[in-house]
Write a protein that binds this ligand. Structure first.
Ligand code: HEM
Length: 222
């Protein structure tokens, strides 16, 4: 039995901030609080931009390349799902990696659609709606509503999978996403991931926030 730190602090903060802001975006849209909806949308966009850069410059387990596994590894992982035994993945498992990429892509598409969304009553327009035609803007708004259902389905799959790994396979993935540490029962060689210092994440986050500010503040003047 050994414990290993597998998730860096920036990736964990990213995850739980994303969860909170997706919830705020959902509730604010339902309650017609578009003042809040805009801010949570900009926050999500900043987080996603941060995560994409962190996926290249961040710790081993945060790398987007680590989410992509060869088909052989994915098939072996699916075959091992039947066995109620934890698997020693230092980071996302091969299916989890694909789910992460799908969620990031769907959320990014959703946030970009929001920027260009045109309200037919001209009240709640996205900040960049004037940069596209009225038809394209209303189409973006329709897709923004439709894709949210897709995102809810992805989140439901995500949560079901996590509870399955917890209950059936005995893998405490939630504890690891909270503390960063995961306990492994397996013996044998396992290399701890290299974790990048947090200050690099602070710089990346600042750059992501500045880029989103530039798009939202300067974009409408183009
Ligand atoms: C709005 C809802 C949620 C969204 C959009 C979401 C999204 C994500 C994303 C993008 C990742 C990948 C993290 C990364 O590599 O950056 C992830 C991983 C993870 N999430 Fe969530 N999540 C949500 C809710 C939750 C909740 C409620 C829980 C706990 C009950 C949870 C537990 C986890 C865990 C344990 C992982 C790591 C899985 C692994 O080890 O591969 N998530 N989630």
């Amino acid at each position: 039995m050994r414990e290993m730190k597998i998730w860096d602090l920036p990736t964990r903060l990213f995850h739980w901030s994303l969860v909170s802001l997706v919830l705020v975006s959902w509730l604010s849209a339902e309650m017609d609080r578009f003042d809040l909806h805009y801010w949570s949308g900009y926050g999500i966009l900043t987080l996603l931009l941060f995560r994409l850069i962190w996926g290249v410059l961040g710790s081993d387990t945060a790398r987007l390349s680590a989410c992509l596994n060869p088909p052989k590894a994915i098939i072996a992982h699916i075959a091992a799902l039947r066995t109620p035994k934890p698997e020693p993945h230092v980071g996302h498992n091969p299916l989890g990696g694909l789910a992460v990429l799908a969620m990031l892509a769907a959320l990014l598409t959703q946030a970009v659609l929001g920027l260009f969304s045109q309200d037919i009553d001209f009240i709640n327009n996205g900040p960049l709606a004037d940069l596209v035609s009225f038809d394209a803007g209303t189409r973006a708004a329709e897709l923004h509503i439709l894709l949210f259902d897709g995102i809810l389905i992805l989140i439901a799959i995500h949560l079901t999978a996590i509870f399955f790994y917890s209950i059936y396979k005995g893998e405490n993935l939630i504890g690891a996403m909270l503390s960063g540490w995961r306990r492994f029962d397996q013996d044998g060689p396992m290399t701890p991931p290299s974790l990048v210092p947090n200050r690099r994440a602070a710089v990346v986050f600042g750059l992501a926030a500045a880029a989103v500010w530039a798009v939202v503040a300067l974009g409408p003047r183009l």
